[in-house]
Design a protein around this ligand. Structure first.
Ligand SMILES: C[S@@+](CC[C@H](N)C(=O)[O-])C[C@H]1O[C@@H](n2cnc3c(N)ncnc32)[C@H](O)[C@@H]1O
Length: 515
């Protein structure tokens, strides 16, 4: 600030007082130096985020762990525990990196390092994704022989691109023309579909990912010929977002109490007789308690998409959770109807049983699960990293069923494992019950056995109670899917050249997406 600036003049005027207050604050907090005081304040301001490393998934479509360790993370100190990553490196010390023991191709690094300007991030070689958010694709574990994969609720695309990387790593050396494994990624919201499309492209997986742009997964006809090979589905529907880190962390502000206010006090109650200096504090803490109570009674619930809902009471919260659970159940049940499906994962970033174990129990007891032989993917059958993950489902919330509770995978923001609050469970079936499938087929029929149709002739699906929707062109015509993006790129010139140009523009513009 220039010397004559009002703020500077005022600060200079009170410099001695401010300096002595700062020293007192440091001593009160038992910080032996200014450096340590600063660290304490930064940590408190970071809130629960300080308990979580910066998780980075290495996108093996474009790079390898080895390449990233010798470039982007060159010189980082290798550690083996989350606590070691979280410990603040003393000034001048190196940043730390942990190669995750559960999820392949995932690393955790010291918080506060800005990787968003690195070439690796801008070109999609590394993707910021919380460790827990990597559980579903890893648990689904799609192999080429499992057929095509569906991501029913895909934007912004962290799990879609993770699935794409797993499929890419496992693709056979010699593939029959047109027989390669595809990923169908549906996203109902058009704006978020744009983000998804961009992320698929930057991750380099557009060749085998079809984006169902703006498309409601529940309206997709599982009997459609393009889905006959869909063997596994990942469902990560909208949820309360109660496990998201940083949702309720608010930096604490300490405003020094002024001497005059604490002696005179603005409280009318004080004037009415109590009069002692200490009472203002009492009043303040009473008021704070009341404010807290009111805040608890009327809080804003921000879901995983950032939508706000006012929750005035426990009853409000319960009805909101029940509404979400109803929609989540519908999405999973729809996935179970895909004719060739053998594996499904269901996940939320919520910590509420209503959206988690309760949904799992309802899925297991549903008519479709019973009829088609769907069951829980037991812990002993899970991929190693998920089998070994120590935090499991709640027994009580699974009605005392220990096998299901142990099969469910959970995490909590403050459980010491350095991840967000999350839930995932898997469902599998062996297919032997397929013959017992509904002999009347998937469409609703009237009393005379005729298929019920809308005025355009589209049959009503039993699973959704609504007519089948026509698929947008990008899902019905392979050429068109790629064509959609290429069309823009090839406008007015040499296609290849333009494509390359567009690609690099895209990389430059890439701001990236966080989980
Ligand atoms: C939790 S987010 C998904 C996050 C995503 N799996 C990822 O890892 O990046 C849920 C998404 O599902 C979308 N969605 C909700 N209901 C849907 C439906 N019936 N069909 C398709 N998308 C849906 C929402 O718009 C939202 O973008």
């Amino acid at each position: 600030l220039p010397k004559t600036h009002g703020l500077r003049v005022t600060i200079e005027k009170h410099k001695a007082r401010l300096t002595s207050e700062l020293t007192r604050a440091r001593l009160r907090r038992k910080a032996s130096s200014m450096e340590i005081l600063k660290e304490q304040i930064d940590r408190a301001a970071a809130g629960e985020e300080a308990e979580i490393p910066r998780w980075v998934r290495i996108n093996t479509i474009k790079t390898t762990v080895e390449e990233q360790l010798s470039t982007t993370f060159k010189g980082y100190e290798h550690v083996t525990t989350v606590d070691e990553v979280l410990a603040q490196p003393a000034s001048g010390k190196r940043c730390r990196i942990l190669i995750d023991p559960h999820i392949p191709n995932l690393v955790g690094i010291t918080q506060g390092i800005d990787l968003s300007k690195t070439e690796a991030y801008r070109s999609g070689k590394i993707i910021f994704q919380d460790k827990a958010s990597c559980f579903p694709a890893y648990l689904l574990d799609p192999h080429p022989e499992d057929g095509d994969v569906v991501d029913g609720c895909a934007a912004p695309g962290n799990k879609t691109t993770h699935l794409a990387a797993i499929c890419h790593a496992r693709r056979p050396d010699f593939e029959r023309e047109g027989a390669s494994q595809k990923i169908f990624a549906f996203e109902m919201d058009k704006r978020r579909s744009e983000t998804l499309t961009k992320m698929v492209k930057i991750a380099g997986s557009q060749g085998w990912t079809r984006v169902g742009f703006g498309q409601d997964f529940c309206q997709v006809d599982p009997m459609g010929p393009q889905f006959e090979n869909v063997g596994s589905l990942l469902l990560d529907p909208s949820c309360s977002g109660s496990g998201i880190v940083g949702r309720d962390s608010m930096p604490e502000l300490h405003i020094p109490e002024s001497v005059t206010s604490s002696t005179a006090g603005p409280s009318k109650k004080q004037d009415k007789g109590k009069g002692k200096t200490g009472n203002y504090k009492d009043e303040k803490s009473k008021k704070r308690r009341l404010d807290d109570k009111e805040a608890a009674q009327s809080s804003v619930m921000i879901d995983d998409e950032g939508n706000e809902t006012i929750v005035n009471s426990e009853k409000d919260l319960e009805s909101r959770l029940q509404a979400l659970a109803g929609f989540q159940l519908k999405i999973v049940l729809h996935a179970l109807t895909f004719p060739a499906a053998k594996k499904v994962t269901y996940s939320t970033c919520s910590i509420h049983s209503q959206e988690n174990e309760h949904v799992v129990m309802k899925v297991l007891s549903s008519e479709i699960a019973q009829r088609r032989g769907w069951r829980i993917l037991k812990r002993s059958e899970q991929v190693r990293g998920m089998r070994e993950w120590p935090v499991r489902g709640l027994l009580e919330s699974c009605g005392g069923n220990a096998e299901v509770a142990d099969a469910c995978i959970r995490s909590y923001k403050s459980d010491g494992y350095g991840v967000m609050g999350f839930f995932v469970a898997g469902f599998v079936r062996d297919g032997s019950k397929d013959e017992a499938m509904d002999p009347d087929g998937p469409y609703m029929r009237d009393d005379d056995g005729r298929i019920v149709r809308d005025i355009t002739g589209m049959p009503y699906l039993k699973t959704t109670g609504r007519p089948v929707e026509l698929l947008p062109r990008d899902l019905t015509d392979d050429e068109e899917v790629d064509g959609d993006t290429r069309e823009d790129e090839s406008e007015g010139g040499d296609e290849d050249e333009d494509e390359e140009e567009e690609e690099s523009d895209e990389e430059e513009d890439w701001g990236g997406f966080e989980d």
